[in-house]
Write a protein that binds this ligand. Structure first.
Ligand code: SF4
Length: 303
């Protein structure tokens, strides 16, 4: 179900750039996500989203955005794609992000897009324009190299192969793009064959970086859904998972440290960074006080 709503505020603000993607302002144009990944953390009870498959569309987002950007003193990175996929099929109809990017470009803010969809190719030109002014990064979440496994764990999202194809288009245009390799589902995706193949295909597609976390997190609400899907799709894995982690929040991949070392080594060999390039906004220009301007004039006269 798609429902149109009026939001009170669009951007949420963090103190400084976050260490993963360098995001300072988070922009969610939608609430809920039709990609329906079985591991999605946004189903957790703490977020109080009743039916995560329903999508709420913030139809006044494009009125709010310029007003909010005009009031920001620091031109920090605007991130989109944390509690929903900004390029889900709903965006095809509403084109909210495509239009929001034009506003972001006018205001001179950098942007980071996290998606599982090749629909982002539609906005390549405006993203390139932003990148010429500040920075635009498109990061594709890829947790398996295998389309068939992808269809099971991310049933509503475009195929993994189409994400690689989109990545290649961005790289060919000279835009930096990469992979968010997280989560890595224990007992399902945590094998070196999978990780190695993800890295090799990233290299072939021209990726600049892969940021990884070997394991997953689980919380109330999210865990129950994940368990139901494990029973349906991967018989026996729920029991293995439960025996190992019970209700732990952090569920590391099997051989997480070893996988991490191998991934870092391979990335180094093939020339892919293991960090996202962080954009550092210049501090806002200092407003000269009356006293400062008198001092300045006096100093000018000293030469
Ligand atoms: S794309 Fe992201 S927000 Fe959407 S269901 Fe998957 S994990 Fe959740």
């Amino acid at each position: 179900m798609i429902k149109e709503i009026q939001a009170k505020q669009l951007l949420s603000h963090s103190k400084g750039p976050d260490p993963w993607f360098g995001i300072q302002y988070t922009m969610n144009l939608y609430r809920g996500c039709p990609h329906q990944c079985i591991y999605c953390d946004s189903r957790s009870e703490c977020y109080q989203i009743e039916n995560f498959a329903d999508v709420l569309v913030k139809t006044n987002a494009l009125e709010l955005l310029p007003k909010e950007l005009a009031g920001k003193r620091t031109k920090g990175t605007i991130g989109t794609g944390s509690m929903n996929d900004p390029y889900s099929p709903v965006e095809k109809k509403y084109n909210l992000l495509g239009r929001a990017l034009k506003i972001i470009s006018q205001f001179g803010f950098p942007v980071h897009v996290l998606t599982k969809s090749d629909l982002v190719v539609r906005d390549m030109e405006i993203l390139q324009e932003i990148d010429q002014k500040t920075q635009a990064l498109v990061t594709f979440t890829i947790t398996t190299h295998d389309d068939n496994l992808g269809k099971k764990v991310e049933p509503g999202a475009p195929l993994v192969s189409s994400r690689y194809a989109a990545m290649e288009k961005f790289a060919r245009r000279g835009l930096r793009t990469g992979i968010s390799l997280m989560p890595v589902l224990p007992f399902i995706e945590d094998n070196w064959d999978n990780i190695r193949e993800i890295v090799y295909r990233a290299r072939d597609a021209g990726a600049s970086y892969i940021i990884a976390s070997f394991g997953m997190t689980q919380r109330k609400g999210q865990q129950e859904y994940y368990y139901r899907k494990l029973d349906e799709l991967f018989p026996g894995v729920r029991q293995q998972h439960h025996n190992r982690f019970r209700n732990d929040y952090i569920c590391p991949a099997n051989q997480a440290n070893q996988l991490c070392e191998q991934y870092e080594k391979l990335c180094q060999q093939v020339g892919i960074a293991i960090k996202v390039p962080i954009y550092h906004a210049l501090p806002p220009a200092k407003q000269l006080s009356f006293f400062d301007s008198i001092q300045h004039e006096a100093n000018q006269g000293e030469g």
